[in-house]
Write a protein that binds this ligand. Sequence first.
Ligand SMILES: Nc1ncnc2c1ncn2[C@@H]1O[C@H](COP(=O)(O)OP(=O)(O)OP(=O)(O)O)[C@@H](O)[C@H]1O
Ligand SMILES: [Mg+2]
Length: 336
Amino acid sequence: MNVLGIESSCDETSVAIISDDKLTSNLISSQDFHSKYGGVVPELSSRAHLQIIIPLVKDALTKSNLELSDIDLICATAGPGLIGALLVGLTFAKGLAFSLNKTFLAVNHIEGHIFSGFLMEEKPEFPFLALVVSGGHTLLLLVNDFMDIKKLGSTVDDAAGEAFDKVSKMLGLGYPGGPKIQSHAQNGNADKINFPIADLKNSFNFSFSGLKTSVLRHIQKNYQGTNIPLSDVNDIAASFQMAVVKALIRNAEKALSEYDVNSICLAGGVAANKALRNAVITLGEKFNKKVIIPAMEYCGDNAAMIAYRGQKLFENDVTSTLNVSPFPGLSADIFS
Ligand SMILES: Nc1ncnc2c1ncn2[C@@H]1O[C@H](COP(=O)(O)OP(=O)(O)OP(=O)(O)O)[C@@H](O)[C@H]1O
Ligand SMILES: [Mg+2]
């Protein structure tokens, strides 16, 4: 069985092929030009997806040594994401499926992230605790099997990745913020500033907007519009990063005390963060659980996770019609 996956929810166009359960290509074209605008410009994103999607599909087929006619199942991200960007990949996939008379499946991008650990050699074992930390979402989930996902908690305001991006902007480090904060944090003292961590009692929910505001207040109070010395930028980045990691780990730890799981899976763009990866490994050791963290190419947006999720939906008799519309919000019926 040959599965073609297409991802275009934000600023990465990606095409992947899974051939007889083996990933044979996962091409990712990142729209780096957004950095000069300080964030993703939706219209420019849609246009860039349009320009690259056909060559990317051709390259993926060549890399996998396949013809278009060899593809059995075509999967594309339907949401959440930027509506114009989603429309490009989704409409292209539907058109391709219609013209080739192949099965089409719409995939939820966040479900793609949740199961991205299965792209690794060592697979998660059900039930597992999933911590999905991305640019638009922060979710703690109990995943009982491919079709049974329970949401334990989510952010009540900003997503963790969004907080990284906003704090990076405050420090003048640019977009995307996560990698920049991480590299400055490496040279900083994480104990220097005691940023607050929200504790939403009796829930597994997260909040990052108070933390973000407290970084802003710290900068306003101490530097009053003047340049922040590099060593202070490093200390702020390190202290902020530690606060985010502590907030994420605290809720994951609470969930592990309440739910008996076999594995812990970290996923989403922020899963690329070294401090977070190390903290999740330590958490796994503490609770004696198997920890699965995707390789870097499966943390950020990628079509491998979309093809994988699409194939699992297909195997579980889920069908999509060509009438399916893109959805910008989470809108995940499957999360009970
Ligand atoms: N090393 C890192 N440390 C922290 N954050 C990071 C790192 N690398 C990337 N990020 C963050 O990951 C986010 C992007 O992740 P991803 O591409 O999964 O998000 P998205 O697709 O925009 O959102 P969603 O998946 O919720 O729709 C950005 O906010 C970026 O700053
Ligand atoms: Mg994503």
